[in-house]
Design a protein around this ligand. Structure first.
Ligand SMILES: [Zn+2]
Ligand SMILES: [Zn+2]
Length: 341
């Protein structure tokens, strides 16, 4: 394994690094062409392929299998009762631990690809007081499971109970198969819309100090950092599931919505741009866009599927120019605040 401190400036596992040990992927990560005018059919087709394959389809499959094989009967869920609620809690915790651990063990535990495609040149922090038990990994697992897994399950329990009692609009896939599939495809998009706005809210200073600071202690995030949040942030973060209380949908949609919110942060925070299989970059890993949010805080609040950050001037692509722009903006807003005070 490469000696990180000695090789900060040079190559680590064949990847060039800056003086802080950061690696920047080549090529600009472009926002979704869905909003381009005039439309470009080739770009659009490529984008839609990447939108679905492979991760979105994997999450859809997990949701379908969960509802088909691991879901209590609807008739049991008309009343709140510990048997099915505890079952859902255990099911969700086991799935969360299995999926996030797979990311962690492959990339950070076994260090299967060393520093190849790794954004930072550090591993999980140890001995830092800001983390529970002075251990970043333990701290991240604690907040993800104890708070994240519980609040996610709570939203799921109430939503399934509402479906079972027909309090919320139910969609029959046999009557509306096209709408069923389109809605399944749109869940990731809804998740990004909801994430951008709630994330902006969480950067409002009082909410940041009360809750979001906890997630941002992870300057060098790993898979378990994704769902490592304050309980108040989890309540906001998982609230996207409430869309199923208004929009006609099937429990598969609601389960996928919750699972995507619970599982996809492990990927988004994996710390590696790609997963290497047989020496080649094979699978898309963490989002560089969000990695930069953890590095600089005041940029890249959303994703690139709906490019709010590009529209509102808060996007950062990792370049020196983008950094200068962000710093100038920060300086200007600081001046406005101090002169108003
Ligand atoms: Zn994050
Ligand atoms: Zn943030």
């Amino acid at each position: 394994m490469a000696d990180v401190s000695a090789e900060r400036d040079g190559l680590i596992d064949g990847m060039p690094r800056d003086e802080r040990g950061h690696w920047q992927p080549e090529g600009e990560k472009l926002p979704s062409p869905v909003f381009d005018w005039p439309p470009n059919p080739r770009k659009l087709a490529k984008y839609l392929f990447n939108y679905l394959f492979p991760w979105n389809l994997i999450y859809m499959l997990i949701a379908v299998l969960t509802v088909t094989f691991l879901q209590p009967e609807m008739s049991r869920m008309t009343r709140f009762s510990p048997d099915w609620i505890l079952y859902l809690f255990a099911r969700n915790q086991i799935m969360l631990i299995a999926i996030v651990s797979a990311w962690h063990l492959w990339l950070w535990g076994r260090k299967s690809q060393g520093f190849q495609f790794k954004y930072t040149a550090e591993w999980m922090a140890k001995g830092k007081k800001k983390f529970l038990g002075k251990n970043q990994l333990f701290d991240n697992i604690f907040w993800s499971c104890v708070s994240g897994g519980t609040i996610w399950t709570a939203y799921e329990v109430v939503t399934l109970w509402a479906f079972a009692n027909e309090y919320i609009p139910y969609l029959d896939p046999r009557e509306h198969p096209v709408y069923f599939v389109l809605l399944l495809c749109a869940i990731q998009l809804w998740g990004q819309f909801h994430f951008y706005w709630t994330h902006r809210l969480l950067h409002w200073p009082p909410l940041y100090r009360a809750a979001h600071f906890l997630h941002h202690r992870n300057i060098n995030p790993g898979p378990w950092s994704g769902l490592s949040m304050h309980p108040l942030e989890h309540v906001i973060f998982f609230s996207g599931v409430l869309i199923h209380w208004i929009v006609p949908s099937h429990p598969i949609h609601a389960i996928m919505n919750g699972q995507l919110t619970a599982f996809s942060p492990a990927q988004a925070h994996a710390g590696f741009e790609s997963i290497v299989v047989n020496g080649k970059s094979k699978l898309r890993g963490a989002s560089y866009f969000h990695q930069l949010h953890h590095r600089y805080f005041e940029c890249n609040y959303g994703g690139l599927d709906i490019p709010f950050d590009v529209w509102f001037g808060t996007s950062h692509n990792g370049s020196a120019e983008a950094h200068e722009k962000m710093r100038a903006k920060r300086f200007a807003s600081h001046k406005v605040r101090t002169s108003a005070a």
